[in-house]
Design a protein around this ligand. Sequence first.
Ligand SMILES: *Cc1c(COP(=O)(O)O)cnc(C)c1O
Length: 454
Amino acid sequence: MNETIKYLLDETRLPKRWYNLVADLPAPPPPVLHPGTLQPVGPDDLAPLFPMSLILQEVSGEREVEIPEPVRQVYKQWRCTPLYRARRWEKALDTPARIYYKYEGVSPAGSHKPNTAVAQAFYNKEAGVKRITTETGAGQWGSSLAFAGALFGLEIDVYMVRVSYNQKPYRRALMEAYGARCVASPSPETASGRAILEKRPDHPGSLGIAISEAVELAAQRDDTKYALGSVLNHVLLHQTVIGLEAMEQLALADDYPDVIVGCTGGGSNFAGIAFPFIGEKIKQGKPTRIVAVEPAACPSLTRGMYAYDFGDTAHLTPLTKMHTLGSTFTPPGFHAGGLRYHGMAPLVSHVKELGLIEATSYHQTGCFAAGLDFARAEGILPAPEANHAVKGALEEALKCKEEGVSRAILFNLCGHGHFDMQAYIDYQAGKLTDQEYDPSELAMALSGLPSVPA
Ligand SMILES: *Cc1c(COP(=O)(O)O)cnc(C)c1O
């Protein structure tokens, strides 16, 4: 197959099953614990929040999980997503590297998030749920779940981190266009929100707080469940459709990645592209390097502790072992709102501990510079989150140039930046700065980690 071909698979090639990496891991991930008893949680403990079908996926050890036909039917609207070779960018960089990118920005919401939003809406609808509450950072998850809710006839209530609510009014408008309700978090609607507003009325919000609000409300009503857009095993599972397609597309191009790069907020798009290849690494001994790129201002994988912690600020969730900055950590207000979570997906944390992946971090201005460099060659303007993956791929491509070797680099271009133009306006005007997190804030958040006997 030659370079004039856009590697867009025929829709009949759309995967029929998601891939569950847990089945192939050399060691099982640590159990999720009940915060009161410190015993492993059972499916019933999670039943107030999620439909049983998703809980079973959360704890599943099956290698392959069938994608329900109604979900595949929706996926077909934009999947398989294209895999492109970045020929013009390679040339501009004068690198011998072969750079491929999987473009998830072609979904209706403009990112990878609908891959799991559609699946979660389907399983909730099937279980008779009427309403779903959720959090959103930059608004990509909220708009993806709003889209999925519209398709399956579900009410969607979104608690949006206040700093993004103010920075990104168009994401909010998109949620409302799909028929969802969007509330700035912390809000006066919940006890968790009110407690924070009492202490600090202008609190910028965080994903941890928004999760508390959404969980609190879901637990109160029988017809309401909660949905999370990242972090959890079932979310990562749904995202593996990205890597499964990419593997087949690269095979059509007669290539295989030497390096895979993804950005990590909660870890879902990274897991989506990487987990199928990590499976090959384990089963076939492939030497693929897999690199997670996170923001230097919220560096859970590179600077956090690997410890049991809560997923939210008000401590309503179970305890999961993950790389964490502490559940009360509030990162500075940088523009990649989707990467501002205090923890990392337990499965991504686990594969990091097993030495199956590497992690690195970059400041935002370097990421925006890389994103514009990419856009000027390839024409696609990445989301600020995706710029971290672009930056990671750029560094790998430059390494190839220095060493004079041609390696295949695959990165996940997890979303477009069309709703993030204010960030680009600010960057071009020289107004974006690289903000350090406050080390005393981190120390304080880490000192509040729950104590769990080994
Ligand atoms: C939500 C989001 C992220 C961060 O979430 P992950 O679970 O780490 O993927 C990154 N990029 C985009 C475009 C997003 O919408």
